[in-house]
Design a protein around this ligand. Structure first.
Ligand code: UDP
Length: 347
């Protein structure tokens, strides 16, 4: 029997990390997870085991603790790292810029140095469409200029990409940055989904919480954008499609198929949807009315952004497959699971 190829997933108990761990295990990879549980739950490891029948290796280690990560990698040698672990709240990053720069960038530098020193040749970075800022044209492709970041969080993604591009020039490594548009939805098993410790701020979880009655109503930020219905437009993509793109990127690296030492790809569907279209699609799909009011714009929001996915489609041989209906149904099923967990927790 050939030995399984080992992948380290940092932030593997988080939202996208846990879905990626599942997809990797199901494709026959050996997965080890590092997470400091700063915004996730250790029980996600149990959920991954329930879905896949395999329990991934796990350690609660902060990536800023380089010697602890080094020791972990000595015991668990890996061929590739997928690096999700990072702070990700835009508003909080404005309040705590130094914490964001230290946490997101020191961890990244530590990991790449460890790759260099331990001969790990493959690295995937979670980036974001926020690096495009307000796009000059749509759909936006990878050749578009990177704009000044709108928040310390977005700047950590932009600087992270710069660090990796510069490092790749002098390292014997394959590095891939994946620019996520708006990942939403949950695994079809309803065992994992978005499960942050604090209050969610993103559109999908807020729609779900409003529908289930955790919130009396929700706000639609901005009604005077230059869009057909006045609300902002985004490219929502099912989290399982995002997770699968990571598996494809890993395979490309391990099979030696990267065309450049540093590559980057958009992960979106290519379809732009407004906030109101999302709310109305949810109402139509579930029959539940959402109590919303249209209010002023939220600071820092871009008007519209959606991906040109042709490069990812042709180069990675990957395409988002889930529909908006899949995103809504899975997110709603997961919200109902979360409700059960809270009820058990409050007994
Ligand atoms: N949004 C909204 N009400 C909310 C949360 C989000 O109208 O309570 C809008 C937000 O202004 C943006 C879109 O939904 O236009 C997506 O926001 P989200 O925070 O999910 O992702 P972002 O695109 O900011 O990363």
């Amino acid at each position: 029997m050939t030995k399984k190829r080992s992948i380290l997933v940092t932030g593997g108990t988080g939202y996208i990390g846990s879905h990626t761990a599942v997809e990797l295990i199901e494709k026959g990879y050996d997965v080890v997870i590092l997470d400091n549980l700063s915004n996730s739950h250790a029980e996600v490891i149990d959920s991954i085991e329930k879905i896949t029948g395999v329990r991934p290796g796990f350690a609660n280690i902060d990536l800023n603790n380089k010697s602890a990560v080094q020791e972990f990698l000595r015991i668990h040698p890996v061929e590739a790292i997928i690096h999700f672990a990072a702070f990700k709240a835009v508003g909080e990053s404005v309040e705590k810029p130094l914490e964001y720069y230290r946490n997101n960038l020191v961890a990244l530098i530590n990991l790449v140095e460890l790759c260099r020193d331990q001969g790990i040749r493959n690295f995937v970075f979670s980036s974001s469409c926020s690096v495009y800022g307000e796009p000059d044209y749509l759909p936006i492709d990878e050749a578009a200029p990177v704009k000044p970041a709108q928040s310390p969080y977005a700047n950590t993604k932009k600087i992270g990409e710069d660090i990796l591009r510069d490092a790749s020039a002098v390292l014997n490594m394959n590095i891939v940055s994946l620019r996520y548009f708006n990942p939403v939805g949950a695994h079809a098993s309803h065992q994992i989904g978005e499960y942050p410790l604090g209050t969610p701020l993103n559109l999908f979880p807020i729609v779900m919480q409003t529908a289930i009655g955790k919130r009396p109503g929700m706000k639609v930020f901005g009604q005077d954008y230059n869009t057909p219905d006045g609300s902002c437009i985004r490219d929502y993509i099912h989290v399982v499609d995002v997770a699968r793109a990571h598996v494809v990127a890993i395979r490309r690296m391990l099979e030696g198929k990267c065309k450049n030492k540093y590559e980057l790809f958009n992960l979106g569907t290519g379809t732009g949807l407004s906030v109101l279209e999302v709310i109305h699609a949810f109402e139509k799909s579930t029959g539940i009315k959402i109590n919303y009011s249209c209010v002023d714009r939220r600071a820092g929001d871009v008007e519209k952004v959606y991906a040109d996915t042709s490069y990812a489609n042709s180069e990675l041989g990957w395409k988002a497959e889930h529909s908006l209906e899949d995103m809504i149904r899975s997110a709603w099923a997961w919200e109902q699971e979360l409700q059960k967990k809270t009820m058990v927790g409050s007994k």
